[in-house]
Design a binder for this molecule. Structure first.
Ligand code: ACO
Length: 337
């Protein structure tokens, strides 16, 4: 039976380090508030002198993942690009990324599922692989949040949490009878809560998407979030979807060696761990270094967990879990080959 196996991972963040103290210079916030409420100490943002798009960051991460897999771009037969911050309105980042990789006919697909982009992407890669549509898939999550954030005090609840970055995963279909690869995934969406985390403009549902005399300080051009309500939803739905995916995979929580969750807020992941009675070292955190890199967050954490030897050995089992704008949420269980 064909299994979807991770062959290589890669990550890239822009060089411009932004500490919490840097943010204090242009908005009413404090290192103490940010660390206490989110666990974040710093993040990386693109710089004014060398701006980059999500596909540029994705390209750097993709090269690393391809090297780690021992593949060239020409080996790929499908590319999935997950982002909420595409370089341009259209075409999608997958098209731009494929061109940067020197490809001119490999199919690409963009995913707009925000913090669950990796989960939707992995499930899609798995479906393409198992249906025989693809054998070697590149899954990239990349975000440039910083160029679209409200850097005044008005936007402080959102702006302090987001970081720019990308991460990539090479996934291959392998014929194997053991219980390895993507064992199960569960995905959900509830668009009734779309307004609790969104960037409203530019919007195609307006008669004039870009009206003349556009007031660019209009808050609808910036992401807005009902943070406390999303926090409460995350703490309730992440354990619930974990039980769902465990049941689907037919395994018990104590068979999970490491949880690699979306990095939205360290307190959310700690509450998740307490709810499921997990020991602290069973949950991987790197939000303190990168903030919330949205579609890049889980693959970036996975890359670092493997690098640090926290997971990656044959037979080890990881749980991925995320909730974000949409609302979208989900979980997946992966066992290393
Ligand atoms: N610095 C200082 N004070 C701040 C800041 C800041 N950066 N941001 C908000 N505050 C203030 C508020 O104004 C408020 O002040 P008040 O009590 O005087 O009214 C106070 O701090 C508390 O604000 P809350 O919003 O209640 O703070 P909370 O503890 O909920 O933390 C946070 C806010 C970090 C946003 C949290 O709600 C959260 O993490 N929510 C979930 C985020 C999430 O998971 N999003 C989904 C993924 S992202 C995606 O999908 C793209």
């Amino acid at each position: 039976m064909i299994k979807s196996i991770i062959r290589g991972t890669g990550k890239f963040v822009p060089p411009n380090l932004v500490t919490n103290q840097d943010l204090e210079k242009f908005m009413d916030t404090s290192d103490e508030w940010i660390q206490k409420r989110t666990g974040i100490k710093q993040r990386y943002w693109i710089s004014e002198d060398s701006p980059m798009g999500a596909s540029d960051l994705g390209f750097e991460a993709a090269k690393q993942a391809l090297d780690a897999a021992g593949w060239t771009a020409e080996d790929l037969d499908f590319i999935i690009f997950a982002t909420l911050s595409p370089d341009i309105m259209f075409p999608g980042g997958g098209c731009l990324l494929a061109a940067k990789l020197g490809l001119n006919s490999t199919p690409t697909l963009d995913i707009r599922q925000q913090c669950t982009g990796f989960l939707y992407g992995f499930a899609t890669a798995d479906a393409y692989i198992k249906s025989g549509l693809a054998k070697k898939v590149l899954l990239v999550g990349g975000e440039v949040h910083s160029s679209g954030l409200d850097k005044s005090t008005r936007g402080r609840d959102v702006t302090v949490i987001f970081g720019d970055g990308a991460a990539a995963t090479c996934i291959e279909g392998v014929d194997n009878e053991e219980r390895v690869g993507l064992l199960a995934s569960v995905l959900h969406t509830d668009g009734n809560y779309a307004a609790s985390l969104m960037t409203e403009l530019p919007a195609s549902n307006l008669f004039n998407r870009n009206p003349p005399g556009l007031p660019l300080d209009d808050p609808r051009y910036f992401p807005v979030m009902d943070g406390p309500s999303i926090f409460k939803k995350a703490v309730r739905l992440l354990p619930k979807v974990t039980h769902e995916v465990l049941e689907k995979a037919g395994i018990k929580l104590d068979q999970i060696d490491l949880v690699v969750p979306h990095q939205a807020n360290k307190r959310i992941n700690q509450a998740f761990g307490q709810f499921l009675k997990l020991e602290d070292d069973k949950i991987f955190h790197n939000i303190e270094k990168y903030g919330n890199t949205t579609a890049a967050s889980i693959p970036l954490a996975l890359h670092e967990a493997i690098e640090q030897g926290r997971t990656g050995k044959s037979g080890e089992t990881v749980l991925f879990v995320a909730l974000g704008a949409g609302l979208t949420w989900g979980a997946a269980i992966y066992r290393f080959f």
